[in-house]
Write a protein that binds this ligand. Structure first.
Ligand code: TRP
Ligand code: ZN
Length: 879
């Protein structure tokens, strides 16, 4: 049974340190078919400053207490009370007298459909404890500021579970007779309970070794379901590269004898950084050229790095409480972004990150689920693993690096690692290290963590007699999640671009904001910067590299913006100028203001595709037409998704018509017939450009022939998916499409990760008939709500990837989705709640749809016994 909502709100301002310390834990987990017996010995002591009368109150969730001993003797019934979600023990010794509680619980992992705590995935026993899953295994002070060392003994049948894994280093193992065996694992590093993990089952393994900079040998292993270990080679390679990178870039070495990764089919999120035993959604481990796209390869590299980097930012230094989640997540995302940038192309990676931020975090920050990077309250912490905490959190760390400079940032990080190793820390602790290491005053900067909403940055410029005046003004929307609207410290990177496409070397002669190199430090609501004696009127390239996560309103002439799209020497600046121009053109077209696109803009898009000096991956990013939900966000209010779809199609056709000859020529020149497949970034870039051009060419020709041919010829999943998507989305009724999708299905029907792609492909066809298709797919023998990847592929694919049909005017898209969410909530509340965020922008649609969405949401929210996860999202979405 899932927890239903008790409406209780947890507040940061109520934080109190725990009244008891738990320094060491010994656990025995005995696994048999249908049940798990858990005995936990907790070595505890009352805190020195705690009330000597206060009972020890341990958290539980759906637990059954089998027995309780205190210091080796059965506890008297009068000394404790146990419910499924709490174990209270009275009359415990005063501070200075450690005691041991021995708690026995019995679990049913097979019945655990929430995938939190101990559960089984395809027969494999595994755990997920972040944020509050450990309390589903045993009663505990399940909060991140309780750090203990763990010794874990696992017992199971050798046949069912030849592999027995837990955190830390392996110690003893052996036979128990009766076909059973055991393994003991020791984790010497004190850790919070959310980092606990165990895995047991029949698994294949890919092994490797690593030697740290100081000479410590580490045994590396990636475990998979039987027969799949050969798909883990890229993940292993990414792991070793991550380990080297963290040593070089941050001076951080690995600290155990083993590092284990396990790939699991049923998983609520991407992956989990459990100490020494990372557990992954198999989507972020398993790759083969024939089954995975270049996007999948990049995703594996990112997530492997992310979880590995958590070993220092998250595990060695953890969070004091869950309000500080961005302390580990924002920082670790920043680190994985930097890693990917270094391993691939910095500009391409930065553009991808900014694109993701605008597509995911901006709508969250501008809608009803808005919250500060450090929230001040929550009802269900699972609902705060958000784009704001992760991606905006990473942007705040990036701004810190921009403000302090590379050396200052590194000095602050060094001090943070040094001072807080072994701590459960706060954002204040983190910022204090940078302030101290550099002498900077970060008090104003700290407001970024507490003020919700996307700030606006308004820029105006005037030029006469060689004198350029730039005026910057910042503002935060009033009433943003009840948080403040104080001016923030915004680092604004800029360049003055001359006629010849180089940056003018100019120093400001006056101004009310500090300028350091190419960064303006905007710290007031408004500021001016003046440049004098300029030999020409420069084009202002502002907010380069997206140096602050803001909405830019730049009053700049169309001529200047078109010029920047062509010749800004900063490639990010070109991308920004171009996507802003296409975005505005689409917004105006979708709002009915203009049906014609500026031919100069179309021409630049076409020219970009052919521009030899730009790397192909960058060209693909430049010519990408913004997606329908991005356009909807730009329209902002009274969105009509039909008009958005029509506008986007019109732009695709305009570009295709004007560019067909160029695109054909460029695409032919990119072809590398006979060359063996390589997953490296450069090859991926060639494929990205080639497939972007294939889409335009198919639109220009208006027939499925090209895409069908590409589909048949594809020798890798990137090209196959790209062709299939063109067929499915642009030629839904063509016999070529039906043939290709059937072929795809038959070939990959027993490969779950590829089958997910097929479900998503079918759910994202932007035609009214897709509603019948998704209804049918929900009854498909291969569909299952119990597997989160499959549920996300169909429901998420439809609700977030098919704006036109999800937002049908008759409300059927909303009602179908709400119905599935209600079903899923009974199995897996966390995944249901996450999928429900697809409704977050409902208020920006035109009145008919708005009313339909409101009705569907209200109806869903009124159902009895919804989980805390889902009702929290629904109530905030409707508020
Ligand atoms: N800490 C994990 C990460 O960012 C994510 C995570 C949080 C998670 N809660 C989870 C993963 C629940 C799986 C299930 O890497
Ligand atoms: Zn993380």
């Amino acid at each position: 049974m899932q927890r239903t909502d008790d409406g209780q709100v947890i507040r940061l301002s109520d934080y109190c340190p725990p009244a008891f310390r738990i320094r060491h834990i010994e656990m025995l987990v005995s696994l048999t078919e249908g049940r798990a017996d858990v005995v936990t010995a907790i070595h505890a002591e009352r805190a020195a400053d705690a009330d000597p009368a206060v009972p020890l109150e341990l958290d539980g969730d759906a637990l059954t207490l089998v027995s309780l001993e205190i210091d080796g003797a059965p506890a008297d019934a009068g000394r404790f009370s146990a419910t499924p979600d709490r174990l209270a023990v009275r009359d415990l010794p005063p501070a200075g007298q450690p005691f041991v509680l021995r708690i026995e619980t019995r679990l049913q992992p097979e019945a655990n459909t929430e995938l939190m705590g101990l559960y089984r995935s395809n027969g494999i026993w595994c755990t997920q404890c972040e944020a509050e899953g450990f309390r589903r295994i045993t009663y505990f002070l399940d909060r991140p500021d309780v750090l203990a060392t763990y010794r874990v003994r696992l017992e199971a049948e050798r046949e069912a579970a030849p592999i027995l894994l837990a955190n830390g280093n392996p110690s003893e193992s052996g036979d128990l007779g009766d076909g059973r065996h055991f393994a003991v694992w020791d984790d010497p590093h004190p850790k919070p309970s959310y980092l606990f993990a165990l895995v047991a089952g029949r698994l294949d393994v890919l092994k490797d070794r690593f030697e740290t900079a100081s000479g410590r040998p580490v045994d590396l292993a990636v475990y998979t379901e039987p027969g799949l270990a050969d798909r883990a080679t890229y993940a292993m390679d990414a792991l070793k590269r991550s380990m080297i990178w963290d040593e070089r870039r941050f001076g951080r070495e690995y600290d155990l004898d083993v590092f284990n990764i396990v790939a699991i089919s049923d998983f609520n999120m991407g992956a989990m950084e459990n100490k020494g035993l990372n557990v992954f959604n198999h989507k972020y481990v398993l790759l083969a050229p024939d089954t995975a796209t270049d996007g999948d390869y990049a995703g594996v590299e990112t997530v492997i790095a992310h979880e590995y980097f958590h070993n220092w930012t998250g595990n060695r230094i953890t969070c004091r409480d869950w309000f500080q989640l961005c302390l580990k997540e924002g920082l670790t995302v920043y680190r994985d972004q930097e890693f990917s940038g270094d391993e691939r192309s910095r500009t391409v990676k930065r553009i991808a990150s900014v694109h993701g931020l605008k597509a995911q975090q901006f709508p969250e920050d501008q809608g009803p689920l808005q919250h500060p990077v450090r929230p001040r309250q929550y009802r269900e912490i699972n609902n705060f693993y958000t784009a704001t905490v992760y991606e905006k959190g990473a942007e705040l760390v990036r701004m810190l690096a921009t403000i302090l400079g590379e050396a200052g940032f590194r000095a602050g990080m060094d001090l943070y690692f040094d001072r807080h190793d072994g701590d459960a820390a706060t954002i204040e602790d983190f910022l204090a290290c940078f302030a101290e290491a550099t002498g900077a005053d970060l008090e104003q900067f700290a407001l970024w963590y507490d003020q919700a909403g996307t700030p606006e940055l308004e820029v105006r410029e005037s030029f006469s007699d060689g004198r350029l005046t730039i005026t910057l003004r910042q503002s935060l929307a009033k009433g943003a999640a009840g948080t403040g609207t104080e001016p923030l410290h915004m680092p604004v990177r800029f360049g003055l671009v001359g006629r010849d496409g180089t940056d003018l070397a100019a120093e400001p002669s006056a101004g009310t904001a500090e300028v350091e190199g190419d960064v303006i430090h905007l710290t007031t609501a408004e500021a001016q910067i003046v440049f004098e004696n300029l030999s020409e009127r420069p084009r202002l390239s502002i907010l380069r590299d997206f140096s602050a996560p803001v909405t830019l309103r730049h009053e700049q002439s169309r001529e200047d913006r078109l010029a920047l799209a062509r010749l800004d020497p900063n490639a990010f600046g070109r991308w920004r100028a171009l996507t802003d121009l296409t975005g505005e053109a689409l917004r105006d077209a979708a709002a009915g203001a203009s049906a014609e696109f500026d031919p100069r803009l179309i021409e630049i898009l076409v020219d970009c595709a052919a521009e030899e000096r730009l790397e192909p991956a960058l060209r693909a990013q430049m010519i990408a037409v913004p997606g329908e939900s991005e356009i909807a966000r730009l329209v902002g209010t009274n969105v009509d998704p039909e008009a958005v779809h029509t506008a986007r199609e019109a732009m695709i056709r305009a570009v295709a018509r004007n560019g067909a000859d160029t695109f054909r020529r460029v695409r032919d020149a990119l072809a590398r017939p006979g060359e063996a497949f390589s997953a490296d970034a450069e090859s991926a870039g060639l494929r990205a450009l080639s497939n972007a051009l294939l889409m335009f060419l198919s639109a220009a020709e208006g027939t499925p022939a090209l895409a069908r041919e590409a589909f048949g010829r594809a020798d890798n999943m990137t090209d196959r998916m790209a062709a299939a998507a063109i067929l499915a989305h642009r030629f839904p009724d063509a016999p070529e499409t039906a043939g290709a999708l059937d072929e795809f299905y038959r070939r990959f029907e027993s490969d779950p990760l590829v089958l997910d792609k097929w479900f998503t492909l079918r759910a994202t066809v932007p035609e009214p008939g897709t509603l019948d298709a998704v209804r049918e797919l929900a009854g498909h023998p291969k569909f299952s709500l119990a597997n989160p990847n499959r549920a996300r592929a169909l429901i998420g694919g439809f609700a977030t990837g098919n704006q036109r049909v999800f937002h049908r005017a008759d409300g059927e898209g909303y009602r179908w989705t709400a119905e599935r969410l209600a079903e899923l909530d009974r199995l897996n509340p966390q995944t249901a709640a996450r999928l429900a965020t697809a409704f977050r922008s409902w208020r920006s649609f035109e009145p008919v749809r708005r009313e339909q969405a409101r009705a569907a949401l209200t109806d869903l929210a009124a159902r009895p016994s919804l989980s805390r996860d889902l009702s929290d999202i629904l109530e905030r979405t409707l508020a």
